[in-house]
Design a protein around this ligand. Structure first.
Ligand code: HEM
Length: 366
């Protein structure tokens, strides 16, 4: 038996009896990654995870100095940027890594969509991924306000206005988000609580489920590969694929360090609620397509408020995306890629890129 083997030391044997180390080793030996022409895309889930860990670590360091009140938030960030040793680096990495994490997550999402990785038995993996998408965007939205600078303040005012257009529950939602009728210090404190306590707790549970399911089902083999007679080659996860993951993470760390050093996070001017909104208010890039859509919609379409139609449209797109495992029925089980998923994914990418481009170029013209 393995745990009786003389090659293990006393500590190993002590732990083996109490924790069952050989079970973990067995699990690690069993894990394999399919090898085919799309294997490259399997790196992006791990990359998202790595950047998320960076967020947790740098976020904890920022917590040591950050103060969540309208009177002190901006000044505490100024202090972090100028006085705290390496404070500027930690904040800049937190800010860059947030953007790279969301970018990596989008690549991960679209590759899972195009490769039909959501199909049976991975429907719950996809749904938990949908939860992670929502939580990550909420992290970005709430984090943006925390420096309490002008740009973030007015962008949050616009952002929290949007759910207000929903009939019946809209005004309640807006008050719930803002902690009152306006964006004030109460909003800041609320966003802080959501950002550092509620979202991390939820992500821990949903991410735990996501990773458990990935472990349980193993990586999927895309239908286009199954049908092509490429054979069923695979690579052990430990150490072969994991070492490749590590190389990717090391590159990401290098890119992060360079971005943070050459383009440190900005702070701008302190928010002043009594000043008029400055020109060029813009949200984070991943909200830009939605922001620009709402800006371009006419005030009324067929007697219905344009903004309301826009928000309903985003809702429908979100539901189609999340429900994809259940909509893609025709090809389910067959070794055929889904045209619905490919068409929808492509349309979503083209639409987002065009509207994001318009968002940056049109506001620059103003
Ligand atoms: C915080 C965000 C996320 C993290 C940290 C994460 C992490 C991971 C990891 C490490 C894997 C295994 C390796 C890989 O496939 O790349 C994975 C697989 C998967 N993820 Fe995610 N994920 C996240 C978000 C999402 C989102 C937004 C979706 C889609 C809605 C999603 C859907 C999937 C699916 C379907 C698989 C299985 C892939 C397969 O078996 O081929 N994930 N995820």
């Amino acid at each position: 038996m393995e745990h009786d083997s003389p090659k293990h030391g006393k500590l190993y044997l002590w732990l083996e009896e109490r924790v069952g180390l050989s079970d973990f080793a067995k699990l690690a030996r069993k894990k394999e990654v399919p090898l085919h022409r799309h294997t490259f895309w399997y790196y992006f889930g791990g990359m998202t995870l790595f950047l998320f860990v960076i967020q947790v670590l740098t976020g904890i360091l920022l917590l040591l100095y950050y103060r969540p009140s309208a009177g002190e938030a901006f000044e505490s960030i100024q202090f972090i940027m100028t006085e705290v040793q390496f404070g500027w680096l930690v904040r800049s990495i937190h800010s860059w890594s947030a953007n790279l994490m969301i970018f990596a997550m989008f690549i991960h999402l679209f590759s899972a969509l195009f490769l039909n990785a959501y199909r049976r038995p991975r429907e719950m993996t996809w749904l938990s991924g949908g939860g992670l998408l929502g939580l990550s965007l909420a992290f970005g939205f709430t984090g943006y306000l925390l420096p309490w600078n002008e740009l973030a303040f007015f962008a949050t005012r616009v952002g929290t206005e949007i759910p207000g257009v929903i009939p019946v529950i809209g005004p309640f939602l807006r008050r719930l988000l803002r902690g009152g009728n306006e964006v004030t210090g109460a909003t800041l404190t609320r966003f802080y609580g959501i950002h550092v306590a509620i979202l991390p707790a939820l992500v821990t549970v949903v991410l735990g489920l996501h990773l458990f399911l990935v472990q349980k089902h193993g990586m999927s083999r895309p239908p286009s590969v199954e049908g092509s007679g490429e054979g069923k080659r695979s690579m052990p996860f430990f150490p072969n694929f994991f070492l490749r993951d590590l190389v990717g993470w090391l590159c990401a760390l290098g890119i992060l360090a360079a971005l943070a050093a050459y383009f440190p996070a900005e702070l701008g001017k302190k928010a002043d609620p009594f000043q008029p909104a400055p020109i060029g208010i813009k949200p984070e890039w991943y909200f830009m397509a939605m922001f620009q859509t709402l800006k371009l919609l006419p005030a009324h379409i067929l007697g219905i408020e344009g903004e309301l139609l826009g928000v309903l449209g985003f809702g429908v797109i979100g539901v189609i995306l999340i429900a994809m495992p259940f909509l893609d029925r025709r090809a389910a089980g067959a070794n055929r890629s889904s045209r619905l998923a490919a068409g929808f994914g492509l349309l979503l990418i083209v639409y987002s890129v065009v509207l994001t481009y318009l968002g940056y170029t049109m506001s620059a013209m103003k």
